[in-house]
Design a protein around this ligand. Structure first.
Ligand code: BMA
Length: 365
């Protein structure tokens, strides 16, 4: 991957100095590019895409609020889809790109690439991603779902729940959202909700995951693991587990953790078992920047629970399942992409500083 593309993508929204939510590092990068006479690239970077955003509605006091035109992606957005949900997007070139969970009309779960100018109106490719992979054992398809996407160093990495004799964490990467390369599965089955951190920690790649079972898993804790090469994983550490109320059955990491001065903001899903089944809500915690298995704050109330028709009615009622969050170029506004009722994709918004403060003010460890 060329330095040019690397620089451009870093500038486009995922760039922080250690422990600070600002863009000083990017400023530095910009100056460096200028001095290296790669001004064309800098000019390109300045074509910032519109940020998907809507202000908090009047009278609403929630720290996270929903987009008034939700859902943004209906279940039938492409001819083959039964449902499109639990999907991940990132800033890309002068717009956005993403990897979408599409369950087709045979009810096969697979991943599709998609593109958008504004982060709200999406064109999803009609056919699933075909992965380039040298090893037929790994390339063999069972199912793929619940992707996360993150820019690390020089490319976009994708993690997802991959069928390999049961669910485990599949991994791959792309430079351009056209050609996708599949890597080794990160862990043994059974595991779900593999979420990479956006930078190395102590010189190692880092991932959150949720060991599980073959079925609808009535348990689940979040663990942290490290790797020198994104293939061999170890140094496994317990992060946190379920606790009473809305997160009493199981929990799992959601979007890629967001680096803030207070620590890594981890949005996650928590599940309670009701008479009618599971209810999936979204919660928030802040993890230590250097030792992310140490939980510094954990918000006691949920941040969002299914209350709207597109969260309560669908193939699986009562599901809010966040898989991506993008911070605006100023590091202030956050847009969260989540699946509604295992059927559609929806948006929610928050101010990062308010959200961090809310998690702190309402924290119980
Ligand atoms: C989990 C996963 C998610 C899904 C959720 C609610 O186990 O299968 O894809 O959104 O259940 O059904």
């Amino acid at each position: 991957m060329s330095q040019n593309t690397k620089a451009s993508s870093r500038y486009n929204g995922y760039c922080f100095t250690k422990g600070k939510t600002d863009f000083k590092h990017c400023q530095w990068l910009r100056e460096k590019l200028k001095s290296e006479r790669r001004l064309v690239v800098v000019a390109e970077q300045e074509k910032k895409p519109p940020f998907p955003w809507e202000e908090r509605p009047k009278g609403c006091s929630d720290v996270v609020w929903r987009y008034s035109k939700n859902p943004i992606i209906p279940r039938n957005a492409i001819p083959r889809s039964n449902s499109i949900f639990n999907s991940a997007v990132v800033p890309f070139k002068d717009g956005y790109a993403g990897v979408f969970r599409v369950d087709d009309k045979k009810r096969i779960m697979n991943l599709h690439a998609g593109f958008s100018q504004d982060g709200i109106n999406w064109q999803i490719k009609p056919d699933p991603i075909e992965w380039v992979c040298d090893d037929p054992e790994i390339a063999r398809f069972e199912y793929r779902y619940d992707p996360r996407v993150v820019w690390i160093e020089d490319r976009y990495y994708i993690t997802w729940c991959n069928g390999y004799h049961g669910p485990t964490i599949g991994m791959g990467y792309t430079f351009d959202f056209q050609t996708f390369y599949q890597m080794e599965n990160a862990f043994l089955p059974y595991n779900r909700n593999g979420v990479l951190f956006p930078r190395k920690i102590h010189g190692k790649y880092a991932m959150l995951s949720r060991p599980s079972d073959r079925g609808h898993t009535p348990f689940g804790d979040i663990f942290y693991s490290e790797s020198p090469d994104l293939i061999h994983w170890g140094y496994h550490r317990f992060v946190m587990g379920p606790r009473s109320g809305w997160e009493s059955t199981k929990i799992g990491a959601g979007p890629v953790p967001i680096e803030t001065p207070e620590g890594w903001l981890m949005l996650y899903h928590g599940v309670i078992t009701h008479c009618n089944g599971f209810i999936y809500s979204m919660g928030g915690a802040i993890l230590d920047l250097d030792y992310p298995w140490k939980v510094i704050y954990r918000c006691r109330p949920y941040l969002m629970t299914p209350t709207e028709w597109y969260e309560q009615v669908g193939d699986t009622p009562n599901v809010v399942f966040p898989c991506a969050a993008i911070l605006d170029p100023e590091g202030k506004r956050l847009v969260i992409y989540y699946g509604g009722a295992d059927t559609v994709v929806a948006l929610a918004f928050a101010y990062l500083d308010e959200l961090v403060q809310f998690v702190k003010d309402n924290s119980e460890l």
